[in-house]
Design a protein around this ligand. Structure first.
Ligand SMILES: *Cc1c(COP(=O)(O)O)cnc(C)c1O
Length: 465
């Protein structure tokens, strides 16, 4: 299996192995990496998946995407890491709430959010890829909380990786901050930036392009522009579809969406032959829903919501969907996203808009309905849900369930977000085992101004340690 950039129109353009894709994160032409074709899952394989342990299924899916670039042992070890680090034997249990309404629990990992599912495996795969080349890797990540926590947990102590995480000072939840900073590993550096998430992302982009840092070794990122993250999120779609599926049954997944990484993993499962429908549920930061409704993709400032990990107005993985909806036309994809970058807005051609609408639906759930969703889940089902899950569950309940099973993805444990759940329910959510085990080591972080020179100096120091 080889990978190509969404922006490379050359028929004989650059093709990379899975490991090179993993270590680069993003293509130098500004595009995102995509597999050259989608490995196919047969009906018999899907039926068998219903009785396959999650770890075995994850290993099979990863092996299809790794395409021989890594030893089988490394792929197997990556999948087994899930079995070791998750607190639930099923890894991603599916829970029924009503006839044809389910939630897929993705929060049983070490940092209690779904980011653990891919990140735990990525740490093992990255280590194996670096062992083969003898290189070191500097990983940079900007986070609004969950990605940073999952990355710190997955990469702390990794032999050949240094990890620098930038979060906006005082704008992540206290639990999220402690998950990142109460860690005593010399290869992890936390920076709290006096600014917002967009400042963090801007600094990361500047450092990724920094010649001085690149001369010191590989520099990459672990956010969902990295194909490795998405590959690690495909298995739970297959597992859930197999669990509720049967002849003629098409499950409808409702995905709480920010950067569209998780939802695109669902799209990829369908491209692999799994029958499913997809709805992306966003909060009031509704770029995706607006674009599909109007045909105009327009940048607006993200404003804070209770579902903080979805406060995104320029979802990076939308580029992957556009690439597919144009029939893999890299020239057209490049034109759309270069126009968007230059003008802050782009009007999609009617044929492209129709193709996008055929692939995925998107709905926006506002803050009041999110709170109602939290309250309803408790009253009707006795479940305490996080605000991200409440967005998906509310969107799922709006759908007709006559056509078959509807599955809302539950992406984080509510105890990560007591500040938005407790005011609705009148009590604090009880912490899961992973949060009870949270270290009480002193917090380690450096506070920096939102300028490149301080961030660059910190990165160079980490790289040269
Ligand atoms: C990251 C995150 C999301 C959004 O996922 P995307 O892949 O960015 O769309 C939803 N819920 C939670 C809890 C998250 O941490």
């Amino acid at each position: 299996m080889l990978y190509r950039s969404t922006r490379d129109p050359a028929v004989s353009g650059e093709r990379l192995s899975f490991t090179e894709t993993l270590l680069r994160g993003m293509a130098p032409d500004g595009g995102l990496y995509m597999p050259e074709h989608w490995p196919q899952w047969t009906g018999a394989q899907l039926r068998a998946a219903a009785a396959t342990p999650y770890v075995d299924l994850a290993a099979d899916v990863l092996a299809a995407f790794a395409g021989g670039a890594l030893p089988d042992g490394a792929v197997r070890a990556a999948a087994e890491r899930l079995g070791e680090s998750f607190d639930h034997a099923a890894v991603t249990p599916l829970v029924q709430l009503e006839p044809n309404l389910w939630v897929l629990e993705l929060f049983h990992g070490p940092t209690a959010a779904f980011k653990d599912l891919a990140m735990q495996m990525m740490a093992v795969l990255t280590d194996a890829a670096l062992a083969a080349t003898g290189e070191r890797l500097l990983l940079l990540t900007a986070t609004s909380g969950d990605t940073g926590a999952a990355a710190v947990r997955a990469f702390a102590g990794a032999k050949s990786v240094d990890l620098m995480v930038l979060h906006p000072l005082d704008r992540v939840s206290p639990v999220q901050r402690r998950q990142m900073t109460r860690i005593d590993a010399p290869n992890v550096l936390n920076l709290a930036v006096r600014g917002d998430f967009d400042d963090c992302q801007r600094l990361v982009k500047a450092l990724l392009a920094d010649e001085g840092l690149r001369a010191g070794g590989r520099v990459s990122s672990v956010n969902s522009i990295n194909w490795g993250r998405l590959a690690g999120q495909i298995p739970y779609y297959i597992a859930a579809a197999a669990a509720v599926g049967g002849p003629g049954v098409t499950p409808h997944f409702v995905v709480p969406t920010g950067n569209f990484g998780d939802a695109f993993a669902g799209w990829a499962a369908r491209a692999m032959g799994i029958p499913l429908k997809l709805t992306a549920a966003v909060n009031h930061n509704d770029a995706l829903a607006r674009t599909l409704a109007t045909g105009r993709y327009e940048r607006r400032a993200a404003s804070p919501s209770a579902s903080v990990s979805m406060d995104v107005q320029a979802p990076s993985n939308f580029e992957r969907l556009v690439f597919e909806a144009t029939g893999r036309d890299a020239q057209r994809t490049r034109a759309v996203f270069e126009t968007f970058a230059r003008d802050g807005a782009v009007d999609l051609a009617p044929d492209l808009l129709a193709a996008l609408r055929a692939e995925v639906s998107a709905v926006s759930i506002d803050e009041a309905r999110t709170r109602e969703g939290v309250a309803h889940a408790w009253k009707a089902y006795g479940r305490v849900v996080c605000p991200h899950t409440a967005v998906a569950l509310t969107a799922a309940r709006d759908l007709s369930r006559d056509g078959g099973p509807v599955i809302a993805l539950s992406t984080a444990h509510p105890a990560k977000f007591p500040e938005s759940v407790a005011p609705v329910l009148g009590f604090e959510p009880a912490p899961p085992p992973s949060l009870q085990r949270l270290s009480d080591a002193p917090e380690r972080l450096s506070i920096i101004a939102p300028d490149t020179s301080e961030a660059r100096a910190a990165a160079a120091g980490l790289q040269g340690r």
